[in-house]
Design a protein around this ligand. Structure first.
Ligand SMILES: *Cc1c(COP(=O)(O)O)cnc(C)c1O
Length: 361
């Protein structure tokens, strides 16, 4: 058994949002030059926005509090009330933001089901042609993509697949927004430059508070006119900040120092997935582990995800029941290889204790 003191902090694998800033990041935040961003006078925020626009080869970028606000403002600037947005049913836009989308942008999602989580031109065609498109009815004007895909265990959508669907959508007169909350996980996993994504999408949003380890923030990048409009909505939604340079400094620090380290998270997730698969607990399906997310499906065990989560929590391991039968574990910079090994033992042990047959015996 891997050692883990019972009075230690729990090993928190619920999300990569649980990280806290390390000392280097805190020092960068403390040393940041700040001003009032309401007047465009916060030099560190301006630097972050320019840095991100350059990174994606896009004209402009805007610092926002959260990835959700980036997505919601992107929808707002790309659409008019009554328009339709095509996305995939497992993407964050649909799983977490469908009602806010109706509320804030006043648009309707056409959430398509795909086999593997990758939207392709044929899905767009089916979504467009599946409804009457007489000009009296609503028109699809935007495609919402996601990379990596959270609900597909951190699936990486290849740059070629992304370019194909995006090019097709644009040829049909639609714009493309990429929810890249974990885009840097895809960048690290594939070696694809961020610019390659920027080249095929109209807007891209990223999150600093996921695996990158900053306490806060997101950036929305895109054409200068749309980002100008986004600045208006950021203010009207109450998301405009003042001396946010301290927070922008954390984001800049994360982009400069924490991107490559995402590879460690991927290695730890692969280790966890491998250990859980090797435990061969009957009926437990370990989904593929392309990046930093491990999802196990316990439907065939007869045990519900929430009871597994409660039992492992009692042994110092936290995970998230994302449905009655799926459990998500996310690796991040605040968990070590040894903690991951311990977590795997706890999960396998708990399933057996809950009466699931141990495949090893
Ligand atoms: C986390 C996440 C978001 C939103 O992030 P918040 O900063 O928590 O609002 C959006 N999209 C995806 C795919 C995410 O994983």
């Amino acid at each position: 058994m891997v050692e883990h003191a019972s009075d230690a902090e729990p090993i928190d694998l619920r999300s990569d949002t649980v990280t806290s800033p390390d000392e280097d990041m805190l020092r960068a935040m403390l040393g940041a030059k700040v001003g009032d961003d309401g007047y465009g006078e916060d030099p560190t925020t301006n630097e972050l926005e320019e840095h991100c626009a350059d990174l994606f080869g896009l004209e402009a970028a805007l610092f926002l509090p959260t990835g959700t606000m980036s997505n919601q403002i992107a929808l707002r600037v790309h659409t008019r009330p009554g328009d339709e947005v095509i996305t995939e049913e497992t993407y964050h836009l649909n799983t977490y933001e469908s009602a806010p989308t109706a509320d804030l942008a006043g648009v309707s999602l056409n959430a398509v089901r795909t086999e593997d989580g990758v939207l392709r031109p044929e899905h767009i065609t089916a979504a467009v042609d599946g409804k009457t498109r007489d000009p009296r009815y609503s028109q699809p004007v935007l495609v919402g993509l996601e990379n990596t895909v959270n609900y597909r265990a951190g699936l990486v959508v290849g740059a070629d697949d992304l370019a194909a669907v995006s090019g097709f959508a644009r040829s049909r007169g639609m714009r493309v927004h990429l929810d890249g909350a974990r885009l840097f996980n895809a960048v690290v996993a594939t070696g694809t430059a961020p610019e390659r994504y920027g080249a095929v999408c109209d807007t891209v949003s990223i999150c600093f508070a996921k695996g990158l380890g900053a306490p806060f923030g997101s950036v929305l990048a895109g054409p200068a006119d749309l980002i100008g409009e986004a600045r208006y909505y950021r203010k009207s939604y109450g998301g405009a900040l003042h001396q946010c340079g301290h927070l922008a400094a954390a984001a800049l620090h994360a982009l400069r120092h924490n991107v490559d380290q995402l590879a460690d998270d991927h290695a730890n997730a692969a280790l966890l997935g491998g250990l859980l698969a090797d435990a061969r607990v009957a009926g437990v399906v370990v989904e593929d582990v392309p990046t930093n997310i491990v999802i196990i499906d316990v439907r065939a065990t007869g045990v519900v995800a929430s009871s597994v989560v409660a039992s492992i929590e009692a042994e110092g391991v936290r995970a998230l029941a994302i449905s009655p039968h799926r459990i998500r574990f996310v690796t991040h910079r605040n968990v070590t290889k040894r903690q991951v090994e311990y977590a795997a033992e706890v999960v396998a042990g708990v399933l057996v204790d809950l009466g699931v047959p141990d495949g090893r015996t």
